[in-house]
Design a protein around this ligand. Sequence first.
Ligand code: 5GP
Ligand code: MN
Length: 341
Amino acid sequence: MNIDATIFSRISSLVEQYTVITIVTHINPDGDAIGSTLALAGILVQLDKRVTVVTPNDCPENLQWIQGYSSILKYDKQKQEVLQCIAQTELFFCLDFNNISRLEELGENIAKSSAPHILIDHHPQPECFASVMLSVTEASSTSELVYHTIMGCGYEKYLNTQVAESLYTGIITDTGGLSHNSGRPELYRIIAHLLEKGIDKTAIHDVIFNVFSYDRMKLLGTILKDNFVYLPEYKTAYMYITIENQKNHNFQLGDSEGFVNYPLAIKDVVFCAMFTEYENNTTKVSFRSKRQFPANEFSAKYFNGGGHLNAAGGRRACTLQEAIEVFVSGLASFKEQLLKV
Ligand code: 5GP
Ligand code: MN
């Protein structure tokens, strides 16, 4: 991965220049969003910066052990504190998103601020809203890019066990436990370095991945048994979670995390989707694909979304049934690509 080193001198001089720093990440923050922001916060705090991490909403419970989680401000619950924080902010770091709309309403407030923004992200086609942009699509995760930022800015002496744990969490959650988007040898040199910092790899995998509640396991069973459709003519499969499923299984935030990956275990499936029904006539969709099938293009075309080649998401203001119809008819126009990959 080739990163022009001058970007790190621009980042470190902005960090030197300002004291009040806010780090923001996308809605429904995942392991990379939380891991990368808290890792960076863990560094900046040691540089005596006044650092706040702000998220649009809370993250799943299996990430709440990460050091610094308890001081995150959540816009949906702490709007006044967040607005006050934004008003005082001298420098923003925008991590793990390529478009300010990924912050929803919080983004509108941040866009209004005249403070400079530094973007660190690995999603394709970033919107140019930041004054400094470290945008590298080949990176496994934003956490990997934060690692490079730490090293490139000369902050290595602040890379302690807790920061290393946050970075490792981001790397493994964005690569499905190092199963995809993780083929570059360089990534394992970074992981080796994180291990040298004293992280307990096995314990992190355990708290991140082996944390199903009984309700969540039963929900997965229900979805696989009743709400799973295979369309061999498109090498595609989809699943859906209704509001009723959520009620029946005491659904908690993050409970369906990772479900979308199951259809890919079918040998011939190259593309899959998981639909989640919301109360307000909105349907959220997650997409996964194998090899060169562009899940992000499909999501952008039909579900106002985006993401990576093999992992994307979006949403549409319609019923679950309508969303599934849009999806299936969309498959017809991608048929040639689906059968080719
Ligand atoms: P997930 O399926 O895990 O929610 O999301 C997978 C990837 O798709 C995320 O890393 C994110 O980049 C992207 N993504 C998910 N939801 C949306 C969305 O609503 N809009 C856009 N642009 N990207 C999304
Ligand atoms: Mn990410």
